[in-house]
Design a protein around this ligand. Structure first.
Ligand SMILES: *Cc1c(COP(=O)(O)O)cnc(C)c1O
Length: 463
């Protein structure tokens, strides 16, 4: 080791004082800025200690630091590569939007638009009109209103229709969704009394019936989207609950969760009920998410009988939960895809991933493996995996997929951190202390980034 070289290495403060470097500070989070400078110096120190560079100019450290800063993402919210195989990954932004949807978001965002302007009547219009007819056509509902997300859809529905009354719900459906959406708490906000019936694993129709009193305003069914009760179980079919509600003249409500509009069994082994199925029971109100199985932007869609949707539209709270113009732009295009089922499978990314033939995934896995085969220090096993639907949509359901298991001397925890710290962060599938790149959720543009990462890793190992 050349001690003179170590002494020559500039300090963090010296780099910070350089104007060519300090101008990057405003472009990125401060912690990222500092850590990039530190990492640059550390890399040089490492090379010096291992005698891998014998001579260098101080100026080289400056230019290398500037290059690294240029490479850093400018924003906190940034693209990551989902190599986890979870298709609707809530932590990674749930559904990807279709190209058509994004193009329309651009048009609406870059221009003035008729968000609340009625061009025919040449005056004030309503933002809630843009997708209402389309949703009704697709689902068979009488009326519809779209809000910020499904949690607000449930809250607004309850507050507008059953306040000061009792709502009957099965104990098996008292769910909490990640980010603390808890059914009992929502009921509390809505000032409704929750009447729990049945047991965790079994609820019968007469449990509902016995709980109905003169104060009962609604029967509600909640899709248990993030867990499954298995074994000795019994839940009441929506149809039976709806019929019972009618018989007793109370409202029937379903929180359907993910909002599936096509028969997935045509393409997969999955058998998720559709919103059309729900509507055909004659249920009064159904709510679902816009960014789960539907494959659109974050939104909550409320559909059902016009007289109840009108109550919801008249509620002042709607203003606080209102949907944005960018969401409406993306949602309208996404819903338009549903007018032609082939477009759903072709254009909506999460639907394409769910329905595509696993052999195509295997092909991609093989081709990525070939691309990476020239590396000496990292090897890859092509393995079968199960890609999960995720997103609070279908908790235990998977589709067949393929992945590359990484074989390396680097410990998997370290490797995972390195993947996360890559210029474009990569989130792998981790199972049994193994790192797997699942090909199901990787998009076309991601391949070269993954190849880049592992090629870079080769150098890290050598150094
Ligand atoms: C996901 C989910 C919600 C919450 O929906 P968001 O759109 O995330 O607000 C509520 N209920 C059920 C049953 C869900 O699956």
């Amino acid at each position: 080791m050349n001690k003179e070289n170590l002494k020559k290495l500039p300090k963090v403060n010296t780099l910070l004082e350089d104007k060519r470097i300090s101008k990057y500070q405003k472009n990125m989070p401060y912690a990222k800025y500092i850590s990039t400078i530190r990492t640059t110096i550390d890399t040089y120190r490492n090379l010096i200690v291992k005698d891998l560079i014998l001579e260098f100019e101080v100026e080289d450290v400056f230019t290398s630091c500037i290059d690294n800063l240029k490479d850093q993402p400018k924003y906190n919210l940034q693209k990551v590569i989902n190599a986890s195989g979870t298709i609707i990954h809530t932590n990674l932004g749930r559904s990807l939007l279709s190209q058509d949807a994004m193009n329309h978001v651009m048009t609406v965002g870059l221009n003035y638009n008729n968000l609340e302007y009625n061009l025919e009547k040449e005056g004030r219009g309503s933002r809630y009109d843009h997708v209402e007819q389309l949703v009704c056509d697709l689902t068979g509902a009488e009326a519809c209103v779209v809000v910020n997300n499904n949690a607000s859809a449930v809250l607004l529905t309850l507050i507008s229709t059953v306040t000061n009354g009792e709502v009957v719900i099965s104990r098996g459906e008292l769910i909490e969704i990640g980010g603390s959406f808890r059914v009992p708490e929502i009921m509390n906000y809505a000032n409704t009394k929750l009447v729990e019936v049945g047991t965790t694993n079994r609820t019968h129709l007469n449990d509902y019936e016995n709980a109905i009193t003169e104060n009962t305003k609604a029967l509600i069914k909640v899709h248990t989207s993030n867990y499954k009760i298995i074994g000795f179980t019994k839940e009441v079919e929506l149809q039976d609950m709806v019929d019972l509600a009618k018989k007793h003249n109370v409202i029937s409500i379903e929180d359907a969760g993910s909002g599936n509009l096509i028969k997935l069994q045509k393409y997969t082994k999955l058998n998720e009920p559709t919103i059309q199925d729900s509507m055909s029971t004659g249920v009064d109100l159904v709510t679902f998410s816009g960014d789960k199985l539907l494959g659109g932007a974050q939104a909550g869609i409320i559909i059902g009988k016009k007289k109840y949707i009108d109550l919801i539209k008249a509620n002042n709270l709607l203003r606080s939960l209102r949907v944005s113009k960018l969401t409406l732009a993306a949602l309208e295009v996404t819903l338009n895809h549903y007018l032609e089922e082939s477009e759903v499978i072709e254009k909506i990314p999460s639907m394409r991933m769910i329905c595509e033939n696993p052999q195509l995934v295997k092909k991609r896995a093989k081709s990525l493996k070939t691309k990476l085969s020239k590396l000496n220090n990292t090897k890859f096993n092509l393995i079968e995996t199960k890609a999960t639907i995720g997103g609070g949509a279908m908790p235990t359901e998977t589709v067949d997929s393929y992945g590359l298991e990484v074989i390396s001397d680097i410990r998997s925890t370290k490797l995972k951190t390195m993947l996360h710290n890559h210029k474009t962060p990569i989130v792998p599938l981790t199972a049994n202390n193994k790192i797997v790149i699942d090909l199901k959720t990787i998009t076309k543009d991601d391949y070269h980034v993954i190849v880049d990462f592992f090629e870079g890793l080769e150098w890290e190992i050598l150094l």
